[in-house]
Design a binder for this molecule. Structure first.
Ligand code: PXP
Length: 243
């Protein structure tokens, strides 16, 4: 995979803070503009079934005002498919979703859910929306994505982010191998979840990866440095790791 590693900034948790008070500040759309100014290549937003952070109006405003591509994270449900087809974002990343989880725990089971996922991938692709499947870095999941004709897979880096030492090195190897398998089969690999200033470099150095999607850490760090500085530093660390 050639070219610069893209940074997709996830603005969900700007909305989490806004929703804690039920008003309109801080606005995730304003954060998206700031992220773009600071070097983000795209914006990611997850419209959850329970609308706990991003709302329908946020998606509407992001689509209306954003100059960089929007990656809509969505569960494979009829409601979300209709919303995606109505807005036609640049990309849609299909994620597993459980109401009771705090965040997206684990990847999609693209192997076991083939028959459920197939019509979603097909309908989104027909609408020219770039479909991505959020999966574990497991060759069986990549093979399932090939069968589903998904153009993109995003590897869940949550385990990599939460283990240390040998276990982390092993997880990094799994991600690198899965990325190589994806590229060999014409699928563009992305990665994300739990990435921070401290752990991003080895992931960014995997040459096959085309995009990282990062949110929670950037929003947290913005409390100390501002959102633009937080995004700009992540961008610089990614470029340095690639360089
Ligand atoms: N990619 C996907 C598919 C996700 O669901 C998430 C978390 O919502 C992220 C990336 C970003 O993870 P984090 O907020 O931990 O950086």
């Amino acid at each position: 995979m050639s070219g610069r590693l893209r940074l997709g900034v996830n603005v969900d948790h700007v909305a989490t803070i806004r929703n804690a008070r039920g008003g309109d500040h801080p606005d995730p759309v304003r954060a998206a503009f700031a992220a773009a100014e600071a070097g983000a290549d795209g914006i990611t937003a997850h419209l959850r079934e329970d609308r706990r952070h991003i709302t329908d109006d946020d998606i509407h405003r992001l689509m209306e005002h954003l100059a960089i591509p929007l990656n809509l994270e969505m569960a494979a449900t009829k409601e979300m498919l209709e919303i995606a087809l109505r807005h036609r974002p640049h990309a849609a990343c299909i994620v597993p979703e459980k109401r009771e989880e705090r965040t997206t725990e684990g990847g999609l089971d693209a192997v076991g859910q083939h028959n459920h996922l197939a019509p979603f991938v097909a309908r989104l692709a027909e609408a020219n929306i770039r479909v991505s499947l959020f999966v574990e870095p497991d060759p069986r999941q990549v093979e399932a994505a090939i069968r589903l004709k998904a153009p993109v897979v995003e590897f869940h880096t949550g385990r990599y982010a939460h283990v240390d030492n040998e276990a982390q090195a092993e997880e990094l190897r799994r991600i690198a191998e899965a990325a190589a398998l994806a590229v060999k089969n014409g699928i563009e690999p992305h990665a994300g979840h739990g990435l921070t200033f401290d752990n991003v470099a080895p992931i960014a150095a995997i040459p096959q990866l085309a995009e990282l999607n990062i949110g929670h850490f950037l929003v947290g760090e913005a409390i100390f440095t501002g959102f633009e500085a937080s995004v700009a530093k992540m961008r610089a660390l990614m470029d340095e790791a690639r360089g």
